[in-house]
Write a protein that binds this ligand. Structure first.
Ligand code: NI
Length: 205
């Protein structure tokens, strides 16, 4: 997920269950992965559960954080880097120092109270639109040690978790919009991607 305005009141930010994993801010860490763009069929792949939280998954998580921070995102699902396993990384803090990893996440409770908020997505660059989401959720997920943890989230974090969980199901936020809006977005992004590719193909001088 991409947040256009990180200046949210503190109560909307990560409550108090941040996992401190300074290792992921290691500047010597590996290069960022490329992010799939909408519309692209691979974004609609349903992710499989992670079988074991091993070195391969920990390396993937490290690379996903690198990719998310470099792209100035607040959340990234493995689907978006073309890995179709249930892994999500999130950091909604303004200081970019509260990484949260969710492996095989399941929403165990969602509030009936919903709110329409503006969302963006690293796979849908430059597009922001309103999506209605539960204002609070409870999610169970494995951490990097393979331990099952329960997280209660509200505000921006709750929205971000729901947005990223959709990615794991092959759903992009623009699919909540009207077909008319969605088609406009598709056309715009296809055109933009073509221009980007043409630009990239040109020699530097
Ligand atoms: Ni997204």
């Amino acid at each position: 997920m991409f947040d256009n305005d990180l200046a949210h009141p503190p109560d909307q930010r990560l409550a108090g269950f941040a996992q401190t994993m300074a290792v992921f801010r290691d500047p010597t860490a590996m290069a960022a992965l490329s992010i799939l763009r909408y519309p692209g069929p691979r974004l609609h792949t349903v992710a499989k559960p992670v079988a074991a939280v091993d070195t391969r998954i920990r390396d993937l998580v490290a690379q996903m954080f690198e990719t998310m921070y470099e792209a100035k995102g607040i959340g990234l699902a493995a689907t978006q880097v073309n890995v179709h396993e249930r892994v999500i990384v999130i950091d909604v803090s303004e200081e970019r120092d509260q990484p949260l990893v969710l492996i095989n996440p399941q929403i165990t409770w969602a509030s009936d109270e919903k709110r329409l908020g503006e969302e963006g997505c690293l796979s849908v660059p430059g597009i922001y639109d309103g999506v209605e989401r539960s204002t609070s959720v409870e999610v169970q997920a494995l951490d990097l040690e393979g331990q099952l943890r329960t997280h209660k989230a509200e505000g921006l974090l709750a929205v971000c978790i729901q947005h990223e969980m959709d990615h794991l199901m092959g759903k992009v936020f623009v699919e909540y919009l009207s077909p008319l809006k969605r088609n406009r977005i598709k056309t715009k992004l296809v055109k933009q991607q073509r221009e980007d590719e043409r630009y990239a193909a040109k020699p530097a001088r």
